[in-house]
Design a protein around this ligand. Structure first.
Ligand SMILES: *Cc1c(COP(=O)(O)O)cnc(C)c1O
Length: 465
């Protein structure tokens, strides 16, 4: 359809009528600049946000007060023509860059071929190819299988189903500060009450919580933190009752907490010795984000099951459980699946994204970005003691803001810095159990200039907060 025809076809869709006459195409061709032509939100964005308030429930919040119309490289452009530096990637999703040309082409081609048959009705090749690719690129030199789903939470739910079926046991252990999603079981697995759980119970039973390794706050070695966790779950649950432990190798929402060296290997070893399925939730850390294809590689672990989503398909909704073939095969036929799981358009996008991850130097770029982030943030830390800790791997780095005397979390300072940065056209996200962490998750397609400019603005926001 010619764009003009599309416009008349789409008449009645108010966004088309109110959009500026020249909405830019997204992708890397977008001018790579921070450009503010209005305050945020500008008038067109304000109009959309007013409609949102009328049409969408308050529970679905937003961080940046804009109406996005295009994105690519390292920027997000809004309906008023503002161009914001993107240091969030839509929560670690657009790792290869927004509207990546290879992904846009793969999506368009698949959409023209067929959009859905349901893999459980009429299977198709791209689903199988994604499973083969995941089995190949995930850590662990053993026979693996993969099943595809729609969201990270759905992948986590299915990993737990599979682990329970395989072991014949019910209990599941998650960790302090852990985040695993917003469905009922994954709310139970998630640690933080506000905003994820409060008022939404009752939660799924047989979910237990163990203490995490949080070097900045507990000062424990990895071995000691693991011994503490293992003692607790042996005494409170009993290994014989435990189907699985699920852990993010580097915690995302919980505050980009990097466990002390040795913590994860000790947990894995104990799980193996006790027939407990070790699940790494790599929904946020997966696919080059940490400067490795998977964060498990950093810690030398080979999880029995890995859950993935977010960065897997360049922005299309797709998720997976990948793991040891004998565990994955525990379920009876028909026990796993879903109407949309492994949708062909999402699979086409994932194959294009995995091609980019493997062949376009993305992992190296994540490491370069990580070096830049860490050197800028540690420089800020050495001149401002309110920056208590800088941590992370690759393009997944955070700063934790504290009272310099007591190390008490400073959520108010964190919120003020983030708000000021956003007002200046830099998209930053906060996280952490105590709300005192700013996390940096830029798309790996961002240039050094933009990244430095974004960090200049964060630094200025901190100085004046
Ligand atoms: C985002 C996230 C999830 C949930 O994924 P959704 O796609 O939002 O359901 C689960 N685990 C981790 C570690 C995440 O970061």
């Amino acid at each position: 359809m010619h764009p003009k025809e599309y416009r008349s076809y789409a008449r009645g869709m108010a966004l088309v009528d109110t959009a500026p006459t020249a909405v830019p195409l997204g992708g890397p061709e977008l001018p790579q600049e921070r450009r503010l032509v209005t305050e945020l939100p500008g008038p067109r964005s304000a109009e959309l946000l007013a409609r949102k308030a009328e049409a969408v429930p308050a529970g679905v919040g937003h961080t940046v007060p804009i109406a996005a119309v295009a994105a690519g490289g390292g920027v997000v452009v809004d309906a008023d023509g503002n161009s914001l530096i993107d240091l969030g990637s839509g929560i670690a999703v657009t790792t290869v860059g927004n509207a990546h040309p290879k992904i846009a082409a793969a999506v368009a081609a698949q959409a023209a071929q067929f959009t859905h048959t349901c893999f459980m009705i009429s299977p198709y090749e791209s689903y199988v190819a994604v499973a083969e690719a995941l089995n190949r690129v995930t850590p662990g030199d053993f026979a693996k299988k993969s099943a595809l789903f729609n969201s990270g939470a759905e992948a986590v739910e299915n990993a737990i189903k599979i682990a329970r079926k395989h072991t014949g046991r019910q209990a599941v252990v998650a960790f302090d500060h852990g985040y695993h999603g917003r469905t009922n079981l994954t709310m139970a697995l998630t640690a933080k009450s506000m905003p994820y759980k409060s008022g939404f119970g009752p939660f799924a039973p047989e979910v237990y919580r163990a203490p995490m390794s949080y070097p900045f706050r507990d000062g424990l070695s990895g071995a000691d933190a693991a011994a503490r966790a293992i003692l607790q779950l042996e005494k409170q649950i009993g290994a014989d009752n435990l189907a699985a432990i699920i852990i993010e190798p580097i915690q995302g929402e919980g505050g980009f907490i990097v466990p002390a060296e040795g913590f994860l290997p000790a947990l894995q070893e104990w799980s193996r010795a006790n027939g407990v399925v070790f699940i790494a939730d790599e929904v946020q850390t997966g696919f080059a984000r940490t400067g490795h294809m998977f964060a498990s590689e950093i810690f030398g672990i080979e999880p029995d099951l890995i859950t993935t989503a977010k960065g897997i398909a360049g922005g299309l909704p797709l998720a997976a459980v990948t793991g040891r073939a004998e565990i994955m095969d525990a379920s009876h036929a028909g026990g796993l699946g879903g109407t949309y799981g492994g949708n062909p358009i999402a699979c086409a996008a994932a194959l294009a994204a995995i091609d980019v991850f493997e062949n376009d130097g993305v992992i190296e770029r994540a490491r370069e970005i990580g070096d830049l982030l860490v050197s800028r943030l540690t420089a800020m830390q050495s001149s401002d003691p309110r920056v208590g800790d800088v941590r992370g791997h690759g393009a997944m780095v955070a700063a934790e803001f504290v009272d310099p005397e007591t190390k008490a979390p400073d959520a108010a300072l964190t919120a003020a810095v983030a708000k000021a940065a956003i007002a200046q056209g830099v998209i930053v996200l906060t996280c952490g159990t105590y709300g005192n962490v700013i996390r940096f998750l830029p798309p790996l397609s961002i240039g050094d200039d933009l990244l430095n400019e974004g960090l200049d603005i964060v630094q200025a926001a901190l100085a004046s907060a």
